[in-house]
Design a protein around this ligand. Sequence first.
Ligand code: WTA
Length: 601
Amino acid sequence: MDFWAEQAQRLHWDVRWSEVLDNSGAPYAKWFTGGRLNVARNCVDRHVEAGFGDQVAIHWVGEPGDTRDITYAQLRDEVCRAANALASLGVRAGDRVAIQLPMIPEAIVAMLACARLGAPHSVVFGGFSPSALRSRVDDAEAKVVITADGQYRRGKAVPVKAGVDEALAGSAVEKVVVVRRTGTPVSMGERDVWWHELVDPQPAAHTAEAFDSEHPLFILYTSGTTGKPKGILHTSGGYLTQVAYTHAAVFDHRPGEDVYWCTADIGWITGHSYIVYGPLANRATQVVYEGTPNTPHEGRHWEIVQRYGVSIYYTAPTLIRTFMKWGEDIPARYDLSSLRVLGSVGEPINPEAWRWYREHIGAGKAPIVDTWWQTETGAIMIAPSPGAAEFKPGSAQTPVPGISAVVVDDAGKEVAPGESGYLVLDRPWPSMLRGVWGDDARFRETYWSRFAGAYFAGDGARYDEDGDIWLLGRVDDVMNVSGHRISTAEVESALVSHPAVAEAAVVGAADPTTGQGIVAFVIPRGVAEVSVQELREHVAREIGPIAKPRQIMVVPELPKTRSGKIMRRLLRDVAENREIGDVTTLADSSVMAQISGRVVQ
Ligand code: WTA
């Protein structure tokens, strides 16, 4: 425990904690009990007070090429104005605020303003559909929603506010704050207010209250094994301690020297922990880029690295594989010599992508830290040290100091070197989730019922002969598409909500670029013609474009066991063009012949 007490000293505490860990209410742990702090002050004000007000916090690059450099002093003023603005709308500590914004500075400002007020934010990824936004807003009972008129996507301005209007029709949300980004025409109703009209006139001074270490900081929804996303709850002191510690230790980050860039979107946990809270708590200077990596050209990221002298770059394997496809001559045109540490997150990185990343981005020498963690863990849990003696392409290697992770068999017994099993976290950690919003039963059932006293991550893993950990992918019905978690059940329920579909089964099939691709099998309702294109669009409308199946196969039947459970393993064989495995447990063993017969047609 001394270890974490030492790490907590990275932060400013208004009141020091009395106990590092109170696990008496397990699985709900309490960290740094009795301690009080303000997360936003830790991320912004204290750096200004320490004399670093003129240091750039954010080099922001807009997709169309506009840029803004924001110093810590300017960031503090903006966060204070936004906090005053939200308070003027009646937002108080404990109230929930939903945020659906593109990657613009206001997104970070809005999150920090909520943190400053002790109002948990719920950030909803910009690519989610109106109905996905609505279900998240309703589940968290958000009082205010912060959004934008539109966003830039591949060189085009696309509307955002119009979708939010559709989402919020008839909802209990009191106010909608709208940032002007694209100038896209919007209709402003009674509860709508422009960000610039509300925030700009506010005073740049705001006295931040110190909150309990366990005060809720945010809710972030993630896919589980059922159709309904889970609101993962994170709190203040332990979360901030672990994100600050891991950002410093895993990336060897040096404030005032490094220029850091994490390419995630703030709509995901990586954006929360490694764009907003970790780096800002550590007084990082970082790049935030609004757009897609190939707009206006495929060298965009490398142009930005060269321009700002980025020294730490953190991205996802799916993007690395995309860069590989575009060709090594593209990064070769830029000066990438400033890069000294490279990171990877979101899915296992295949050794080929690892080697390409090291060779063509890292000049053959930059350490690659392959970081394993989850929305639920809040911060990095397994990663090689950047100073490691040896890197193993494709392995996240070892739990970071302070963390315990083990691979166990079905009975919960640790497996031997060379063997595989399930990854579990057998000791509490500061940034662990503090529950599923409004659903205690689901929290206990999903994470704590599989192995007594340990957290079940849902990932398969293996020890190699040295005892290093290799992650093997999900062992539940969660797919990983371009590093995004999508549940098979969510896509299935979107499909069956279409009138032409009677039944649907969805599997994740190996995909050379996105890791997994979504493949759906649908049984049509009656004799109606089913348009596969229409069904793909339907899923995009229901959930968001990231959930659009790569392929939909219309089939007469689905393979089921005698108890009615769909055998996804067999469907995966079909989707991955493999010989079909053992069918003896099927209720009707001719089904697979019918399905594969259908597929080759
Ligand atoms: C997968 C993203 C292998 C894993 C931070 C996990 C990884 C899920 C890695 C969490 C990695 C993430 N190696 N697999 N380095 N990083 N994963 O909640 O299956 O969006 O359970 O958090 O991504 O996804 P989430």
